[in-house]
Design a protein around this ligand. Sequence first.
Ligand SMILES: [Zn+2]
Length: 230
Amino acid sequence: MLEDSFHGIAHLLFPHCCVGCNTVLEERKEILCYACSSLLPRTYFETKDGNPIEKSFYGRIPIASASAAFYFSRDSVLHQLLVSLKYKQHKEVGLYLGRLLGYQLAIASRFQDIDVLIPLPLHPEKLQIRGYNQAAIIAEGIQSVWPKKIALDAVMRTGFSASQTNSNRIDRWQKMQGVFQLSNQQAIHGKKLLLIDDVATTGATLEACGTALLQGKPASLSLATVAYTL
Ligand SMILES: [Zn+2]
């Protein structure tokens, strides 16, 4: 009761507004109003067999299904949200984006048999600086609307990846080798895994982490990210 009235007063003093258009939001956990969230550019990849992410993994590692909720573009509302999740300590944004991704996966027939969510790990030093792994927060958001187990210890990140801006695909692939290590085979053996990250770009990081996971002999490996960019 006391808490309710406190939130009520706080809300009057500091109204909680949509990041996209500044409309006052009723619900504290929401980040965008309904109008702005429906303007996020959906990919519908969750329903498309052979979508661009899946195609980008052909000949690299075996991926059962892959999806990304939205197309990424620079200076968009989505870009703003991902920056505030990664660099401004706004964990609630990750929970929100995770829920949006989770709603899509929960009704997509191609993802129904997933057993375990695996957030792409951060290097332990980076984790200590940031205080959280944004992929793990997204996985929590997914789990809140699509109850699946989350395995945080299945794979470890042991190295840093160098800046990837000026390298081609082969260079990036080489730089990523050995960055991830399988650390709990029991958590994944015989399971259908869904590897989670914020953005899928070249897929070099997802490929390296996926390679480490496949050593644990899961039944299958799928991928899901919030955003997709070429
Ligand atoms: Zn809005």
